[in-house]
Design a protein around this ligand. Sequence first.
Ligand code: AMP
Length: 403
Amino acid sequence: MAKLTLENLIEQNKINGKRILVRVDFNVPLDENRNITDDKRITASLPTINAITGNGGKCILMSHLGRPKGERNMKYSLDVAAEKLSELTGKKVIFAEDCIGDKNPQMISGMKSGDIMLLENLRFYKEEEKNDPEFAKKLASYGDVYVNDAFGTAHRAHASTEGVTHFIKDCAAGFLMQKELKYLMAAIDNPERPLVAILGGSKISGKIDVLENLINIADTILIGGGMMYTFYKAMGLEIGKSLLEEDKIELAKQILQKAKDKNKNFLLPVDMVVTDKIDGTSTSSVAAFDKLTDINLMGVDIGPETVRMYSDEIIKGKTIVWNGPMGVFEVDEFAKGTFAIAEALANATAKGAVTIIGGGDSGAAIAKANLSDKVSHVSTGGGASLELLEGKVLPGVAALTDM
Ligand code: AMP
Protein backbone atom coordinates (compact mmCIF):
# COMPACT_ATOMS: atom_id res chain seq x y z
CA MET A 1 0.00 0.00 0.00
CA ALA A 2 2.30 2.74 -1.26
CA LYS A 3 0.94 6.17 -0.35
CA LEU A 4 2.05 9.69 -1.18
CA THR A 5 4.25 11.09 1.59
CA LEU A 6 5.28 14.52 2.81
CA GLU A 7 8.75 13.63 1.58
CA ASN A 8 7.31 13.20 -1.95
CA LEU A 9 5.54 16.57 -1.72
CA ILE A 10 8.80 18.27 -0.74
CA GLU A 11 10.62 16.62 -3.67
CA GLN A 12 7.81 17.67 -6.02
CA ASN A 13 8.11 21.26 -4.79
CA LYS A 14 4.50 21.29 -3.59
CA ILE A 15 5.19 22.91 -0.22
CA ASN A 16 6.90 26.22 -0.82
CA GLY A 17 4.39 29.08 -0.65
CA LYS A 18 1.48 26.64 -0.47
CA ARG A 19 -1.20 26.18 2.20
CA ILE A 20 -0.65 22.79 3.81
CA LEU A 21 -3.65 21.49 5.74
CA VAL A 22 -2.37 19.03 8.35
CA ARG A 23 -4.39 16.68 10.57
CA VAL A 24 -2.38 16.19 13.75
CA ASP A 25 -3.24 14.37 16.96
CA PHE A 26 -2.94 17.01 19.69
CA ASN A 27 -5.29 15.09 21.98
CA VAL A 28 -3.01 15.75 24.94
CA PRO A 29 -3.77 14.94 28.59
CA LEU A 30 -4.66 18.02 30.73
CA ASP A 31 -4.79 18.44 34.50
CA GLU A 32 -7.62 20.27 36.29
CA ASN A 33 -5.94 23.65 35.59
CA ARG A 34 -5.70 22.78 31.89
CA ASN A 35 -1.93 22.34 32.03
CA ILE A 36 -0.62 19.81 29.51
CA THR A 37 0.75 16.94 31.59
CA ASP A 38 2.43 15.16 28.66
CA ASP A 39 3.28 16.92 25.38
CA LYS A 40 4.49 13.77 23.61
CA ARG A 41 1.72 13.94 21.00
CA ILE A 42 2.74 17.49 20.06
CA THR A 43 6.47 16.79 19.95
CA ALA A 44 5.76 13.66 17.85
CA SER A 45 4.44 15.86 15.04
CA LEU A 46 7.26 18.42 15.17
CA PRO A 47 9.26 16.74 12.38
CA THR A 48 6.28 17.18 10.03
CA ILE A 49 5.51 20.74 11.15
CA ASN A 50 9.16 21.81 10.95
CA ALA A 51 9.60 20.23 7.51
CA ILE A 52 6.58 22.17 6.22
CA THR A 53 7.62 25.53 7.66
CA GLY A 54 11.30 24.90 6.83
CA ASN A 55 10.34 24.33 3.18
CA GLY A 56 8.32 27.53 3.00
CA GLY A 57 4.86 26.08 3.50
CA LYS A 58 2.00 27.73 5.39
CA CYS A 59 1.10 25.16 7.99
CA ILE A 60 -2.60 24.94 8.95
CA LEU A 61 -3.04 22.40 11.72
CA MET A 62 -6.26 20.75 12.87
CA SER A 63 -6.94 18.30 15.68
CA HIS A 64 -9.47 17.10 18.22
CA LEU A 65 -9.05 17.22 22.00
CA GLY A 66 -11.09 15.07 24.37
CA ARG A 67 -14.77 14.38 23.88
CA PRO A 68 -16.71 17.67 23.75
CA LYS A 69 -19.56 15.77 22.04
CA GLY A 70 -20.16 18.19 19.21
CA GLU A 71 -20.47 21.27 21.40
CA ARG A 72 -18.25 24.25 22.02
CA ASN A 73 -16.83 23.60 25.49
CA MET A 74 -13.78 25.63 26.46
CA LYS A 75 -12.61 22.89 28.81
CA TYR A 76 -11.51 21.18 25.59
CA SER A 77 -10.08 24.22 23.81
CA LEU A 78 -6.89 23.65 21.85
CA ASP A 79 -5.62 27.11 22.93
CA VAL A 80 -3.23 25.35 25.35
CA ALA A 81 -1.80 23.28 22.49
CA ALA A 82 -1.24 26.45 20.43
CA GLU A 83 0.70 27.96 23.33
CA LYS A 84 2.77 24.81 23.80
CA LEU A 85 3.50 24.65 20.07
CA SER A 86 4.62 28.30 20.06
CA GLU A 87 7.02 27.38 22.85
CA LEU A 88 8.32 24.30 21.05
CA THR A 89 8.75 25.89 17.61
CA GLY A 90 9.82 29.36 18.72
CA LYS A 91 7.16 30.76 16.36
CA LYS A 92 3.98 32.56 17.36
CA VAL A 93 1.27 30.07 16.44
CA ILE A 94 -1.87 31.76 15.10
CA PHE A 95 -4.95 30.34 16.82
CA ALA A 96 -8.27 30.23 14.94
CA GLU A 97 -10.96 30.24 17.61
CA ASP A 98 -13.47 28.38 15.46
CA CYS A 99 -12.26 25.56 13.19
CA ILE A 100 -14.69 26.64 10.43
CA GLY A 101 -15.10 30.29 11.51
CA ASP A 102 -16.06 32.99 9.01
CA LYS A 103 -12.76 34.79 9.60
CA ASN A 104 -10.62 31.76 8.80
CA PRO A 105 -10.26 32.30 5.01
CA GLN A 106 -9.07 35.87 5.60
CA MET A 107 -6.69 34.82 8.39
CA ILE A 108 -5.26 32.09 6.18
CA SER A 109 -4.77 34.38 3.18
CA GLY A 110 -2.80 36.67 5.51
CA MET A 111 -0.36 33.88 6.38
CA LYS A 112 3.23 34.08 5.19
CA SER A 113 5.53 31.20 4.23
CA GLY A 114 6.68 29.44 7.40
CA ASP A 115 3.68 30.58 9.47
CA ILE A 116 1.74 28.12 11.63
CA MET A 117 -1.96 28.23 12.41
CA LEU A 118 -3.90 25.88 14.69
CA LEU A 119 -7.66 25.53 14.26
CA GLU A 120 -9.85 25.16 17.35
CA ASN A 121 -11.05 21.67 18.38
CA LEU A 122 -12.71 19.91 15.41
CA ARG A 123 -15.02 18.00 17.73
CA PHE A 124 -16.79 21.22 18.78
CA TYR A 125 -18.81 20.26 15.69
CA LYS A 126 -20.64 16.96 15.57
CA GLU A 127 -20.08 17.04 11.82
CA GLU A 128 -16.44 16.03 12.39
CA GLU A 129 -17.16 12.55 13.72
CA LYS A 130 -20.13 12.20 11.37
CA ASN A 131 -17.78 12.77 8.45
CA ASP A 132 -20.14 15.42 7.10
CA PRO A 133 -19.21 16.32 3.50
CA GLU A 134 -20.05 20.04 3.81
CA PHE A 135 -17.93 20.36 6.95
CA ALA A 136 -15.10 18.42 5.30
CA LYS A 137 -15.34 20.66 2.22
CA LYS A 138 -14.98 23.78 4.36
CA LEU A 139 -11.88 22.40 6.06
CA ALA A 140 -10.48 21.24 2.73
CA SER A 141 -10.86 24.77 1.31
CA TYR A 142 -8.10 25.89 3.72
CA GLY A 143 -5.41 23.78 2.04
CA ASP A 144 -3.77 23.34 -1.36
CA VAL A 145 -2.48 19.96 -0.22
CA TYR A 146 -3.37 17.74 2.74
CA VAL A 147 -1.08 15.88 5.13
CA ASN A 148 -2.30 13.38 7.71
CA ASP A 149 0.06 12.93 10.65
CA ALA A 150 -2.61 11.79 13.14
CA PHE A 151 -1.95 8.07 13.31
CA GLY A 152 -3.94 7.91 16.58
CA THR A 153 -7.19 8.72 14.75
CA ALA A 154 -6.46 7.06 11.41
CA HIS A 155 -8.76 4.16 12.30
CA ARG A 156 -11.73 6.53 12.25
CA ALA A 157 -13.33 7.86 9.06
CA HIS A 158 -13.95 11.42 10.23
CA ALA A 159 -14.24 14.65 8.23
CA SER A 160 -10.65 15.64 9.00
CA THR A 161 -9.15 12.19 8.39
CA GLU A 162 -11.20 10.90 5.46
CA GLY A 163 -13.79 13.44 4.32
CA VAL A 164 -11.28 16.16 3.37
CA THR A 165 -9.43 13.80 1.04
CA HIS A 166 -12.39 13.90 -1.37
CA PHE A 167 -11.79 17.61 -1.97
CA ILE A 168 -7.99 17.82 -2.18
CA LYS A 169 -5.93 16.21 -4.93
CA ASP A 170 -2.67 15.55 -3.10
CA CYS A 171 -3.19 13.80 0.24
CA ALA A 172 0.00 12.60 1.90
CA ALA A 173 1.22 10.82 5.02
CA GLY A 174 3.24 12.97 7.42
CA PHE A 175 6.50 11.77 8.98
CA LEU A 176 4.89 10.38 12.15
CA MET A 177 2.22 8.55 10.16
CA GLN A 178 4.91 7.18 7.84
CA LYS A 179 6.99 5.94 10.77
CA GLU A 180 4.03 4.27 12.44
CA LEU A 181 3.05 2.52 9.22
CA LYS A 182 6.62 1.53 8.44
CA TYR A 183 7.01 -0.38 11.70
CA LEU A 184 3.52 -1.76 12.16
CA MET A 185 2.85 -2.74 8.53
CA ALA A 186 6.24 -4.38 8.16
CA ALA A 187 5.59 -6.43 11.31
CA ILE A 188 2.35 -7.70 9.84
CA ASP A 189 3.06 -7.95 6.12
CA ASN A 190 6.66 -8.98 5.95
CA PRO A 191 8.27 -9.50 9.37
CA GLU A 192 11.72 -10.80 9.92
CA ARG A 193 11.11 -14.09 11.70
CA PRO A 194 10.65 -15.38 14.28
CA LEU A 195 7.80 -12.96 14.92
CA VAL A 196 6.97 -12.94 18.62
CA ALA A 197 3.66 -11.41 19.72
CA ILE A 198 3.08 -10.58 23.38
CA LEU A 199 -0.52 -9.97 24.36
CA GLY A 200 -1.79 -8.84 27.73
CA GLY A 201 -4.26 -6.36 29.16
CA SER A 202 -7.48 -7.01 30.94
CA LYS A 203 -9.74 -9.01 28.69
CA ILE A 204 -9.89 -11.36 25.76
CA SER A 205 -12.98 -9.55 24.51
CA GLY A 206 -11.02 -6.41 23.64
CA LYS A 207 -8.42 -8.38 21.71
CA ILE A 208 -10.29 -11.19 19.93
CA ASP A 209 -9.50 -9.96 16.44
CA VAL A 210 -5.85 -9.33 17.33
CA LEU A 211 -5.54 -12.82 18.78
CA GLU A 212 -7.13 -14.36 15.69
CA ASN A 213 -4.90 -12.44 13.31
CA LEU A 214 -1.69 -12.92 15.27
CA ILE A 215 -2.26 -16.67 15.51
CA ASN A 216 -2.11 -16.66 11.72
CA ILE A 217 0.99 -14.52 11.34
CA ALA A 218 3.14 -14.83 14.49
CA ASP A 219 5.48 -17.73 15.23
CA THR A 220 5.30 -17.37 19.00
CA ILE A 221 2.44 -15.90 21.04
CA LEU A 222 2.99 -15.06 24.72
CA ILE A 223 -0.11 -14.41 26.82
CA GLY A 224 -0.25 -12.42 30.05
CA GLY A 225 -2.52 -9.98 31.89
CA GLY A 226 -6.10 -10.57 32.96
CA MET A 227 -6.95 -12.51 29.80
CA MET A 228 -4.77 -15.47 30.80
CA TYR A 229 -7.30 -16.63 33.39
CA THR A 230 -10.05 -17.22 30.86
CA PHE A 231 -7.57 -19.42 28.99
CA TYR A 232 -6.77 -21.31 32.20
CA LYS A 233 -10.47 -21.80 32.83
CA ALA A 234 -10.82 -23.11 29.28
CA MET A 235 -8.14 -25.65 30.17
CA GLY A 236 -10.16 -26.76 33.19
CA LEU A 237 -7.96 -25.05 35.81
CA GLU A 238 -9.07 -23.26 38.98
CA ILE A 239 -8.49 -19.48 38.92
CA GLY A 240 -9.78 -18.30 42.32
CA LYS A 241 -11.39 -14.87 41.94
CA SER A 242 -9.14 -13.80 39.05
CA LEU A 243 -10.60 -11.85 36.16
CA LEU A 244 -12.83 -14.20 34.15
CA GLU A 245 -14.92 -13.70 31.06
CA GLU A 246 -17.38 -16.54 31.39
CA ASP A 247 -18.81 -15.94 27.91
CA LYS A 248 -15.35 -16.15 26.32
CA ILE A 249 -14.34 -19.57 27.69
CA GLU A 250 -15.55 -21.30 24.52
CA LEU A 251 -13.66 -18.80 22.38
CA ALA A 252 -10.52 -19.34 24.45
CA LYS A 253 -10.85 -23.08 23.80
CA GLN A 254 -11.13 -22.44 20.06
CA ILE A 255 -8.07 -20.17 20.12
CA LEU A 256 -6.04 -22.81 21.98
CA GLN A 257 -7.13 -25.43 19.45
CA LYS A 258 -6.34 -23.16 16.50
CA ALA A 259 -2.86 -22.47 17.87
CA LYS A 260 -2.31 -26.22 18.21
CA ASP A 261 -3.61 -26.96 14.70
CA LYS A 262 -1.38 -24.31 13.24
CA ASN A 263 1.57 -25.60 15.22
CA LYS A 264 2.20 -22.23 16.86
CA ASN A 265 4.30 -21.71 19.93
CA PHE A 266 1.36 -20.41 22.02
CA LEU A 267 2.45 -19.96 25.64
CA LEU A 268 0.60 -19.20 28.84
CA PRO A 269 2.28 -18.22 32.12
CA VAL A 270 3.57 -21.06 34.30
CA ASP A 271 3.33 -19.03 37.50
CA MET A 272 1.69 -15.87 38.78
CA VAL A 273 1.55 -13.37 41.60
CA VAL A 274 -1.59 -13.85 43.71
CA THR A 275 -3.25 -11.70 46.35
CA ASP A 276 -6.70 -11.07 47.79
CA LYS A 277 -6.85 -7.33 47.04
CA ILE A 278 -6.15 -5.82 43.61
CA ASP A 279 -5.07 -2.44 45.03
CA GLY A 280 -1.84 -3.72 46.62
CA THR A 281 -2.98 -3.20 50.22
CA SER A 282 -2.71 -6.90 51.04
CA THR A 283 0.15 -9.41 51.01
CA SER A 284 1.00 -11.29 47.84
CA SER A 285 2.78 -14.52 46.94
CA VAL A 286 3.76 -16.56 43.91
CA ALA A 287 1.70 -19.57 42.82
CA ALA A 288 2.16 -22.12 40.06
CA PHE A 289 -0.44 -21.84 37.28
CA ASP A 290 -2.29 -24.97 38.46
CA LYS A 291 -2.30 -24.11 42.16
CA LEU A 292 -4.73 -21.20 42.36
CA THR A 293 -7.36 -23.12 44.29
CA ASP A 294 -8.16 -20.57 47.02
CA ILE A 295 -11.37 -18.80 45.97
CA ASN A 296 -10.32 -15.66 47.88
CA LEU A 297 -7.19 -15.14 45.78
CA MET A 298 -6.69 -13.63 42.35
CA GLY A 299 -3.80 -13.48 39.91
CA VAL A 300 -2.49 -9.96 39.34
CA ASP A 301 0.86 -10.42 37.58
CA ILE A 302 2.96 -13.04 35.82
CA GLY A 303 5.45 -14.80 38.11
CA PRO A 304 9.29 -14.94 38.02
CA GLU A 305 9.45 -18.32 36.26
CA THR A 306 7.20 -16.98 33.50
CA VAL A 307 9.38 -13.88 33.21
CA ARG A 308 12.39 -16.15 32.61
CA MET A 309 10.53 -18.30 30.11
CA TYR A 310 9.06 -15.33 28.18
CA SER A 311 12.40 -13.46 28.20
CA ASP A 312 14.05 -16.50 26.59
CA GLU A 313 11.40 -16.49 23.86
CA ILE A 314 11.65 -12.74 23.35
CA ILE A 315 15.40 -12.78 22.91
CA LYS A 316 14.98 -15.38 20.12
CA GLY A 317 12.66 -13.04 18.20
CA LYS A 318 13.70 -10.96 15.21
CA THR A 319 10.45 -8.98 15.24
CA ILE A 320 8.52 -8.49 18.47
CA VAL A 321 5.17 -6.79 18.95
CA TRP A 322 3.72 -6.12 22.37
CA ASN A 323 0.23 -5.01 23.28
CA GLY A 324 -1.18 -4.99 26.81
CA PRO A 325 0.45 -5.13 30.27
CA MET A 326 1.27 -8.46 31.92
CA GLY A 327 -0.42 -7.53 35.19
CA VAL A 328 -1.98 -4.72 37.17
CA PHE A 329 1.02 -2.52 36.44
CA GLU A 330 -0.59 0.58 37.94
CA VAL A 331 0.22 -0.93 41.37
CA ASP A 332 4.02 -0.95 41.82
CA GLU A 333 4.07 -4.34 43.47
CA PHE A 334 2.26 -5.93 40.52
CA ALA A 335 4.23 -4.12 37.81
CA LYS A 336 7.30 -6.33 38.03
CA GLY A 337 6.22 -8.79 35.32
CA THR A 338 5.33 -5.98 32.90
CA PHE A 339 8.60 -4.14 33.59
CA ALA A 340 10.62 -7.35 33.17
CA ILE A 341 9.00 -7.90 29.76
CA ALA A 342 9.85 -4.28 28.86
CA GLU A 343 13.44 -5.03 29.87
CA ALA A 344 13.46 -8.19 27.73
CA LEU A 345 12.29 -6.13 24.75
CA ALA A 346 15.06 -3.59 25.35
CA ASN A 347 17.60 -6.45 25.42
CA ALA A 348 16.21 -7.93 22.21
CA THR A 349 16.44 -4.50 20.56
CA ALA A 350 20.09 -4.20 21.58
CA LYS A 351 20.66 -7.57 19.91
CA GLY A 352 19.21 -6.28 16.64
CA ALA A 353 15.51 -7.22 16.84
CA VAL A 354 12.80 -4.84 15.69
CA THR A 355 10.58 -4.19 18.70
CA ILE A 356 7.21 -2.49 18.49
CA ILE A 357 5.03 -1.42 21.37
CA GLY A 358 1.33 -0.82 20.70
CA GLY A 359 0.17 2.43 22.26
CA GLY A 360 -2.12 2.74 25.24
CA ASP A 361 -1.19 0.87 28.41
CA SER A 362 1.90 -0.89 27.04
CA GLY A 363 3.21 2.49 25.90
CA ALA A 364 2.54 3.88 29.38
CA ALA A 365 4.24 0.85 30.94
CA ILE A 366 7.41 1.14 28.87
CA ALA A 367 7.55 4.86 29.66
CA LYS A 368 7.14 4.09 33.38
CA ALA A 369 9.99 1.58 33.06
CA ASN A 370 12.11 4.35 31.43
CA LEU A 371 12.77 2.16 28.41
CA SER A 372 10.87 3.95 25.63
CA ASP A 373 14.09 4.90 23.84
CA LYS A 374 15.49 1.37 24.13
CA VAL A 375 12.92 -0.19 21.78
CA SER A 376 12.48 0.37 18.04
CA HIS A 377 9.06 1.99 18.08
CA VAL A 378 6.42 2.98 20.60
CA SER A 379 3.17 3.63 18.76
CA THR A 380 1.31 6.87 19.47
CA GLY A 381 -2.03 5.21 18.67
CA GLY A 382 -3.46 2.49 20.89
CA GLY A 383 -6.66 1.84 18.96
CA ALA A 384 -5.12 2.41 15.54
CA SER A 385 -2.15 0.11 16.19
CA LEU A 386 -4.52 -2.56 17.50
CA GLU A 387 -6.58 -2.35 14.30
CA LEU A 388 -3.46 -2.70 12.19
CA LEU A 389 -2.48 -5.77 14.22
CA GLU A 390 -5.98 -7.09 13.56
CA GLY A 391 -5.10 -6.91 9.86
CA LYS A 392 -7.57 -4.10 9.17
CA VAL A 393 -7.07 -1.24 6.74
CA LEU A 394 -7.22 2.16 8.45
CA PRO A 395 -9.67 4.49 6.65
CA GLY A 396 -7.43 7.51 7.25
CA VAL A 397 -4.58 5.71 5.53
CA ALA A 398 -6.64 4.18 2.73
CA ALA A 399 -7.90 7.68 1.85
CA LEU A 400 -4.41 9.04 1.13
CA THR A 401 -3.26 9.41 -2.47
CA ASP A 402 -1.89 6.21 -4.00
CA MET A 403 1.59 6.32 -5.47
P1 AMP B 1 -6.38 -3.31 28.26
O1 AMP B 1 -6.99 -1.95 28.25
O2 AMP B 1 -7.31 -4.39 27.88
O3 AMP B 1 -5.07 -3.37 27.53
O4 AMP B 1 -6.07 -3.62 29.80
C1 AMP B 1 -5.17 -2.89 30.56
C2 AMP B 1 -5.51 -3.11 31.99
O5 AMP B 1 -5.43 -4.49 32.30
C3 AMP B 1 -4.58 -2.43 32.97
O6 AMP B 1 -5.28 -1.40 33.59
C4 AMP B 1 -4.22 -3.51 33.96
O7 AMP B 1 -4.31 -3.12 35.30
C5 AMP B 1 -5.24 -4.59 33.67
N1 AMP B 1 -4.77 -5.93 34.04
C6 AMP B 1 -3.66 -6.55 33.66
N2 AMP B 1 -3.54 -7.74 34.27
C7 AMP B 1 -4.61 -7.88 35.06
C8 AMP B 1 -5.04 -8.91 35.95
N3 AMP B 1 -4.34 -10.02 36.14
N4 AMP B 1 -6.21 -8.73 36.59
C9 AMP B 1 -6.93 -7.60 36.41
N5 AMP B 1 -6.57 -6.59 35.58
C10 AMP B 1 -5.41 -6.74 34.92
